[in-house]
Write a protein that binds this ligand. Sequence first.
Ligand SMILES: [Zn+2]
Length: 316
Amino acid sequence: MHETTGKKKQAALPGRRSLLKYGAAGLATAVFPKALLAQAEANPRPLGNSLQLISSSGVNLLVHTRGDGLILVDSGPASAIDKLYDTLESLQAGPVRTVFNTHWHADQVGGNEVFGRDGARIIAHQKTHQRLSTDYYIPHEQRYQRAMPKAAWPTEFFHDRGEINAGNESIDYGWLVQPHTDGDIYVHFRDANVLAVGDALSPERDPELDWYGGGWLGGRVDSQKQLLAMTNADTVIVPAYGPVMSQADLMAELELTQELYNRLLDLIREGCSAGCMLNEGALDGLGRTWGNPEKFLYDAYKGLWAHHYNLAPNIL
Ligand SMILES: [Zn+2]
């Protein structure tokens, strides 16, 4: 999939000179629509077909309540586990039997140990299993992240995809090709038409590319295309943070991501550093406010170099 992305970029490059024009006129269609911006404050919030959206200290979790116990998509930050337990109990639908982790970051796996000790199975990508069961280094924090206790480790892990059923709901899950980390997955409640995507989409915050953990911009383009193919106009998309999204919101974010990829690839070919990209106006005219443009471009730059073999033969 990376190769495909790279080839498309080669054909669609805007050219460095044209980049300078983006500030004034570029990408008018990529302004972020938030079709579902006006959302209820209820927590948990019903999404239909026995699904509820829970905000756990600002992290979006999904819970499915019909079947043999609860199915939880992401277990939230460890600091919020007591409150999450109370919220789940208030649903009066039984204990948590299954936990999915959309990836291995702390905000998605902090409750794993508690639910694991209670006997829940934990389903995640094999890279998530590796990260949770092994010490690893976080360069920008200059420290090692220690392995989690064994009860927190995924009990079922996979490389490609899988499917389970709960009540009348068919639940598909599968690997996304490195939009944020190397262990990102989607969880698709097909009958409810609700799609959990973790940090593969970012409707409000700066897109986060954990380049040291495998995430990169080309993977983000491919993953968002992969997600788009699973949706229709009625699909409710749940990102890790921010408001739930529609298919139109996903298409707008994909357009933004693709444009960013095109621009940054063009600039990196010319030997531009992350600071140079900012000065060249790489983030201008995209209809989006950046919280930390320097960090985003640094991470994007490092990720592009980490995947240089997917880009083009003239980048070595
Ligand atoms: Zn994350």
